[in-house]
Design a protein around this ligand. Structure first.
Ligand SMILES: NC(=O)c1ccc[n+]([C@@H]2O[C@H](COP(=O)([O-])OP(=O)(O)OC[C@H]3O[C@@H](n4cnc5c(N)ncnc54)[C@H](O)[C@@H]3O)[C@@H](O)[C@H]2O)c1
Length: 338
């Protein structure tokens, strides 16, 4: 499989590392926003750098492009790729509005190309154990699910970027950029949310988006839940996912099972499993191993003509919930999730 990368900032390095490690895959071109940045990217990634993604796709002819641009610029390169019959693996969040995310989904469907959304924590071995146990009914009826993402980002993190924390570029801040990974896991285990009451505020940073947010959730299966997310809680704590059922409960911190109390089922934790890191206080402190697992899934889906595990519709779910939290906070009302 021939890969192109569009957007050559922080996360693009993880994508390049995955492509280099995957057998039968090669990086054939990268594109950035200016000639100067394209030249820097050429040096960094060792392949031809373009200042224009359209030209990169036409000349380098990748089979798959990774979209690593700012969150509010995932749609346009996706449309351009789909028009050329190129499969798309987009970073999270899919986009910053449901309208734009739905356009990504529909253009890929109509063009017959696969669309994947990176939510690498879905591939964490400990999370997979939890999901399997829940799907097998081992926790019994689900009662409550909580996602806590009490992270920290300093002022430089936002000041050093022209898009982070902005409504147009990021769609918000702490929930849509950082919290979304754990919120995606919460939804993947607990199922869809029926309605939500959210409150978000900007308390410690000079940004448009929220840096402290919380939400009360009613899931369609009758369970309840909460979300607490922030980038203001110094020094930043490992994110936590709590799932409580009638027959037991499981807690994950930074992707590792820290409590497994399930009636009649021993903990499947294997202590030798690799530490996958947490972005609690440093966005780049995550390893690329989980990205690699998701790349494997996406490449095998493209090769087999099947839908990838985290396709566009899956990627849309956490975005829809977070946007409903924002809207609920604005209107001070309990709202359904679209
Ligand atoms: N999965 C994860 O854990 C993870 C971690 C970090 C970032 N991300 C996501 O990756 C995306 C990029 O984040 P980042 O931290 O790498 O950002 P960044 O600011 O470091 O890099 C973004 C890059 O995109 C380029 N760009 C912006 N708009 C463009 C356009 N229209 N066309 C071409 N290039 C464009 C910029 O020049 C820059 O090189 C975001 O959506 C972010 O949410 C995901």
């Amino acid at each position: 499989m021939r890969f192109g990368i569009i957007g050559t900032g922080a996360i693009a390095g993880h994508h390049a590392a995955c492509i280099n490690e995957l057998e039968g895959c090669e990086l054939v071109g990268v594109s950035s926003t200016s000639g100067e940045r394209a030249r820097q990217a050429e040096e960094k990634f060792g392949v031809r750098g373009y200042a224009n993604y359209q030209l990169m796709m036409e000349e380098a002819r990748p089979d798959i492009v990774c979209i690593c641009t700012k969150s509010g610029s995932h749609l346009e390169p996706t449309q351009a790729a789909a028009a050329l019959g190129i499969h798309v693996l987009s970073e999270k969040p899919l986009e910053v509005s449901l309208e734009r995310a739905d356009l990504m989904i529909s253009v890929c469907r109509e063009s017959g190309v696969q669309l994947g959304c990176i939510f690498q924590n879905r591939f964490s071995p400990d999370y997979v154990q939890l999901k399997h146990a829940v799907d097998q009914g081992k926790l019994g009826k689900l009662l409550m699910g909580n996602a806590y993402i009490k992270w920290f980002r300093n002022d430089d993190y936002y000041k050093g970027s022209n898009w982070r924390g902005t409504l147009q570029g990021d769609g918000g801040a702490a929930l849509i950029n950082q919290g979304i990974h754990t919120i995606d896991l919460l939804l993947n285990v607990m199922g869809c949310v029926q309605d939500v009451f959210g409150q978000v505020r900007t308390m410690t940073h000079d940004i448009e988006g929220e840096d402290v947010g919380m939400a009360m959730l009613n899931f369609e299966n009758g369970a309840m839940g909460t979300i607490q997310g922030s980038t203001s809680f110094w020094p930043g704590y490992p994110e936590r996912l709590e799932i409580f059922g009638e027959k037991g409960s499981v807690i994950l911190e930074a992707g590792k099972i820290t409590a497994w109390n399930v009636q009649g089922m021993d903990s499947p934790v294997k202590p030798e499993q690799q530490d996958q890191g947490s972005g609690a206080s440093d966005p780049m402190a995550i390893s690329h191993q989980l990205h690699l697992a998701q790349f494997r899934d996406f490449v095998s889906a493209v090769a087999a003509g099947r839908t990838p595990t985290v396709n566009g519709e899956e990627g849309r779910k956490a975005l829809a919930l977070i946007l409903a939290v924002y809207e609920s906070s604005r209107r001070k009302e309990v709202l359904p999730v679209k």
